[in-house]
Design a protein around this ligand. Structure first.
Ligand SMILES: [Zn+2]
Length: 273
């Protein structure tokens, strides 16, 4: 296993207002609890620099057992797996966070292995997205999906970011200086991926967003690229989406009519320039 850290920066994102779009005539609480993507704040709030944690890790655990996000102060990438919330920190380390840790942005759900897909000879992230998109087209492109890919990865490229102090700068600016990159080879672990449909462009990043954590729980981050021979993707097919908005002045004063799509793209791809 090889590791590289280059200094250069980055990302990711309570009281409450719930906007729930649930479906299918199921009991609303059941739908929210099990079959819904539950999001804390919106990526566009994070992009503006609202890194104020709003929900505790304990509260987030009531919303799901699998997901992605970030921590208070933009202190690392959040990967939730099997009910445990991990921080992939800017220094490359990984830890399970205490229940008191707070979270400004995340998307979580209770993972059910509804469908499986065999993936072979995946050379890069675009090949992975292409293969997954075939299933999205088949299942329906206007829904939300959480995928979980357990396997051995010939290459795994991730990034994280250094914790920020107030006053918080916008995300794109933070990325220019405080993003950290880590490259691993022949590493066993799990990729957690979220698919958001096109109509989510004002609330999150459209398409796929992946985070990774290794089997030994020592390495992880926001996934920028990967390569692997063969493994299986497990799909959780969800029926609903719900959102919890933060209660803080910074969030309340944002002009969210401003189009931030370019910034979001840069944030997702790790291109801080
Ligand atoms: Zn991320």
């Amino acid at each position: 296993m090889k590791k590289r850290m280059s200094l250069i920066s980055m990302l990711l994102i309570g009281t409450l207002m719930t906007a729930a779009l649930t479906g299918c005539g199921k009991d609303a609480s059941e739908t929210n609890n099990r079959e819904s993507i539950n999001q804390v704040s919106l990526l566009q709030g994070l992009t503006f620099g609202d890194y104020n944690g709003s929900l505790s890790a304990k509260e987030v655990k009531a919303l799901g057992d699998t997901g992605i996000g970030t921590f208070d102060g933009l202190n690392g990438e959040l990967v939730m797996l099997d009910g445990v919330i991990y921080r992939a920190a800017g220094d490359g380390s990984v830890e399970a966070v205490p229940d008191t840790e707070t979270i400004p942005f995340c998307d979580v759900t209770f993972f059910d292995n509804d469908k499986s897909q065999t993936l072979t000879d995946v050379q890069d992230i675009d090949a992975l997205k292409g293969a997954l998109d075939q299933k999205v087209n088949e299942f329906g492109s206007n829904r939300f999906y959480m995928v979980r890919i357990d396997g051995t990865f010939k290459e795994m490229n991730v990034r994280s970011e250094l914790a920020q102090t107030k006053p918080y700068e916008p995300l794109a600016k933070v990325l220019e200086t405080d993003q950290t990159f880590f490259d691993y080879t022949d590493i066993k672990g799990t990729v957690v991926g979220l698919y958001c449909p096109a109509y989510m462009d004002r609330l999150n990043a459209v398409g796929w967003h992946f985070h990774f954590v290794s089997d030994d729980r020592k390495y992880g981050g926001h996934m920028l690229n990967l390569k692997f021979d063969s493994t299986e993707a497990k799909w959780d097919y969800t029926d609903g989406f719900s959102m919890v908005l933060p209660e803080n002045e910074m969030f309340n004063d944002f002009d969210l009519t401003v189009d931030q799509s370019d910034d979001i793209k840069r944030v997702e791809t790790g291109d801080g320039e």
